[in-house]
Design a protein around this ligand. Sequence first.
Ligand code: C5P
Length: 396
Amino acid sequence: MSKSILLIIGGGIAAYKCLDLIRRAKERGIDSRTIITKAGTEFVTPLTVSALSGHKAHTDMFDLGSETEMGHIQLTRMVDLVVVAPATANLIAQAAGGLASDLASTSLLATDKPVLMAPAMNVRMWNHPATQRNVARLKADGVHFVGPNEGAMACNEYGPGRMAEPLEILAAIEALILGPQPLKGVHALVTAGPTHEPLDPVRFLGNRSSGKQGYAIAAALAAAGAETTLVSGPVAIAPPAGVKLIKVETAHEMLAATESALPVDVAVFTAAVADWRPEEIASGKIKKTSGPPPSIKLATNPDILASIARAKLRPRLVIGFAAETENVVVQAVQKRSKKNCDWIVANDVSHGVFGADRNKVHVISADGSEEWPEMDKHDIANRLVARIAKALETAA
Ligand code: C5P
């Protein structure tokens, strides 16, 4: 099941970093519900926040007594964690004093979920005994803190008070909501996206792979604690946080990048590698003439999965994907032995899986075939990573 947070955005210049936090959390399968304090709306707009999170951004600019708004308290119960970022001196003081004078402070008082605060304020405000007293009281109440970091501040002073970076906050969020990391110490490799095989400087052969499933798997592996390298063909999605990204264009580049990432414990091959490439790449743009259209002579690309599955440094667990349009399981069983991989995740692509957010797969291993219900690609990634963790644990 995917995780969610309630992000309370306070009124500080660091509020802009929350936009990146929401985006990166989403890539890792963490949904963000949001409340922006009145002061927070001076720094980020509800429109931007709701566009990024995909949900209405609640603000303090309403009547707390109104029945429709009372429902927002429910938000604090639905989520796995409440995050306050930036946690201003005022929000910290309100929470420490148990005040419920607006939606943000009311939510902090009403929640039964863990709370994480990312303070951000002027260095003197942070060092003030009142703030330090409030922080100590909140810590005693069980509130978690990430940062503040030390550095140059927007107010031209230097010292502690800078809000932690989005990736640091995300790591703290994951540590709190994902619990133990079963893949700590494990090295993982994922290939994702299509490859582009050039014909000339402006044209290429490619395919419709969006990279979504592979990116979700890389994110889930990293969230489970694995040191993850993602070798990706050209895609339009942002890389997951905490993952080492190697961008490539062609199958040959993907093979070289994959080989250079070895040794790893587990490798997941989700890339839709072009089976063929133009045998020759024209040095200039091929000109349109009045004669017959040019014909393209193709050469066979290397099979990256098959090559790594037979390599000297073969990962302990090699997982391939198989996109089929008919006899999905039968084809995938054959592919598993032909390519010497441990598992094949097979999906039926006759109904437009490429680019979609959901997928339906069969997982084929030496133990037989397992049919999974249709799920969000992030949920498939999480379930696959749980299976990987179990397999590596058994093999260890
Ligand atoms: O043979 P087919 O392309 O259907 O096999 C799919 C699986 O093999 C996927 O895991 C894909 O990432 C991998 N593959 C590869 N290199 C190729 C072709 C496929 O790694 N050239």
